[in-house]
Design a protein around this ligand. Structure first.
Ligand SMILES: NC(=O)c1ccc[n+]([C@@H]2O[C@H](COP(=O)([O-])OP(=O)(O)OC[C@H]3O[C@@H](n4cnc5c(N)ncnc54)[C@H](OP(=O)(O)O)[C@@H]3O)[C@@H](O)[C@H]2O)c1
Length: 317
């Protein structure tokens, strides 16, 4: 699978990141193993999880996704070939939300224990805890890098100005900086006025920041849970707008011309932005994952990319 660099001088990672939020909880162990095997067989090595996945699923308390990944890495003896990203910041099972230095250190240890690994490849701030100074947070990550507990740092659900604040601080104090930001992002734009709190959607400012500061944008929920192509899953209300009516019609027309699924086209579109946006994509069965992986092979022409720009305020330049 093609690889892309995170940030200016970060590691090279698989162009399609596999989201494992529901592995080991809503998606049972056998199916989760099957999907991980399928992704690895396709050459994929970039796995995304978090300490709290998936505390909101009835019957689970969080940590199950990391535990499942850890078991799979041990059973397959392939930790060296994989790039493991996890996050902390949200609360779950007796863990209070927050990103003070003590919480970061403690949750890093908890994730390492559940994953059964010595070093987390990419460690995200899962949200922007504004009660803690960015300095305290980034120094906590520096400490973890120095101890060999984490390799790179990423952010998620942050505004552009906060990313710039963190970048300037890290530059001036020679601290490890955020090499990437994982945000809600897809081909359609959130309807005007929608607030996804605590999630944050990518906007013009963030895209502009990423491009000019060479911080990689990763898109979560890129497929809107498959609703681009699925007849059993209507488009979320939060994405209904006159602008999106036009964008969706354009997407469907380009997909029909190319003989591909709309879901696949969205993944290809993300990867063919300049700079590319890495999709963090979920799947709950082999057919879905095959379809998503095949999206990597779709090449859009300049004309098709131009057509897909159509209308809207969120521009990927
Ligand atoms: N940083 C954050 O705050 C944050 C937030 C959310 C997610 N994430 C990460 O992003 C990953 C993906 O998020 P997501 O699950 O919300 O996004 P998604 O990739 O848009 O949705 C995945 C779901 O879409 C359906 N699907 C996937 N491929 C399909 C296909 N080819 N055809 C039809 N349906 C398809 C499946 O739903 P069914 O299972 O219902 O069939 C699948 O579970 C997560 O696993 C997690 O790692 C991060």
């Amino acid at each position: 699978m093609k690889k892309l660099r995170l940030g200016i001088d970060g590691p090279k990672v698989s162009a399609l990141c596999l989201g494992t939020m529901y592995f080991g909880n809503r998606i049972d162990r056998n199916t989760s193993y099957d999907l991980l095997d399928q992704y690895a067989a396709a050459g994929g090595s970039f796995l995304d999880t978090a300490n709290n996945y998936a505390a909101w699923v009835p019957g689970f308390e969080g940590g199950e996704s990391e535990i499942l990944l850890g078991q799979w890495l041990r059973d397959r003896q392939n930790r060296e070939g994989m790039f493991i990203a996890t996050k902390s910041g949200f609360g779950y099972a007796g863990v209070t939300p927050g990103l003070n230095a003590e919480q970061i250190e403690k949750e890093c240890e908890n994730s390492l224990r559940r994953l059964g690994i010595e070093t987390i490849d990419l460690y995200y701030s899962h949200w922007d805890d504004r009660d803690i100074s960015i300095e305290e947070r980034m120094k906590a990550y520096e400490n973890l890098v120095n101890k060999g507990k984490i390799r790179y740092v990423g952010a998620s659900n942050h505004r552009a100005w906060r990313m710039e604040e963190a970048r300037i601080l890290c530059q001036s104090q020679n601290l490890p900086a955020y090499c990437c930001i994982q945000q809600r992002f897809t081909y359609l734009h959130p309807a005007p006025g929608v607030n996804f709190h605590p999630q944050v959607a990518a906007n013009d400012d963030l895209i502009d920041f990423c491009r000019n500061r060479e911080v990689t944008l990763l898109a979560y929920t890129p497929l809107l849970k498959g609703s681009y192509s699925r007849t059993d899953r209507p488009l979320p209300e939060t994405y209904k707008s006159p602008t999106n009516d036009i964008r969706l019609a354009t997407l469907k027309s380009v997909a029909a011309d190319m003989g591909v699924m709309e879901n696949q086209l969205v993944l290809a579109w993300l990867l063919q932005q300049d700079p590319p946006v890495i999709p963090v994509v979920g799947a709950s069965n082999r057919a879905q994952l095959s379809e998503n992986l095949a999206g990597l092979d779709i090449r859009l022409s300049v004309d098709q990319l131009e057509k897909l720009k159509c209308v809207g305020t969120v521009k990927v330049f």
